[in-house]
Design a binder for this molecule. Structure first.
Ligand SMILES: [Cu+2]
Length: 205
């Protein structure tokens, strides 16, 4: 290593600018990823009792949904609607860690039952959806359920709650893109800056 290399300020400042620009790009990417990642942490339904798509021979007394992470105990909704359109869930849904359950109001007619839910994810986003099970044979002379009040059942058509993910993902991508553009501008400026400095010493204009 010669003395000129040590004392020459030009390469040092060029590398410093390159490094800081590189750091800016890295930071932009990390922030973008950081914004996008938490958005994908919605609660996901991992199972249910009865299982989705299953056929049960005896009417269940409770429907329980299991999620991949704890559900926030904030206004959980879980309604079970029978094949006759009547509601068979009784009372409020209860949250217990990763599960949400609701009691059923007696056995209903044979056919398909829909358990629709809307709960608050561990990350604060509402998630909703439904599972379906079929009761093979209705018990004779049993409850027919109660007419479902209008608008009481969370509508699966209203979305599965993934819209929250989409919004945050796009915000993260947009922010990351802006930061990357800013970083590129910084790089271009530092490169042209060092060029003009170098040019200034070699030739006047
Ligand atoms: Cu979320």
């Amino acid at each position: 290593m010669t003395m000129t290399q040590v004392l020459d300020p030009q390469p040092t400042s060029w590398w410093r600018r390159g490094l800081s620009a590189g750091a800016a790009v890295l930071l932009a990417l990390l922030i973008g990823v950081g914004l996008a990642l938490p958005a994908s942490a919605h609660n996901t339904l991992t199972g249910s009792d009865p299982a989705d798509g299953s056929t049960v021979s005896a009417a269940p007394t409770t429907v329980t949904l299991t999620f991949d992470q704890p559900v926030q105990n904030y206004q959980p909704v879980l309604t079970v609607t029978g094949p006759n359109g009547n509601r068979f869930s009784a009372g409020e849904a209860t949250v217990q860690s990763n599960t949400v359950s609701v009691a059923l109001d007696g056995a209903g007619p044979a056919g398909e039952y829909i358990a629709a839910y809307r709960v608050v994810s561990a990350d604060g986003h509402p998630v909703s959806g439904e599972i379906r099970y079929t009761l093979a044979a209705g018990a004779a002379g049993t409850a027919t359920g109660s007419p479902a009040p209008a608008g009481s059942t969370p509508s699966a058509a209203a979305g599965d709650g993934s819209s929250g993910l989409g919004v945050w993902l796009w915000i993260g991508i947009a922010v990351a893109a802006l930061l990357v553009i800013a970083a590129v501008v910084v790089i271009l400026r530092s490169v042209s800056g060092s060029k003009s400095e170098a040019g200034g010493t070699e030739a006047d204009r």
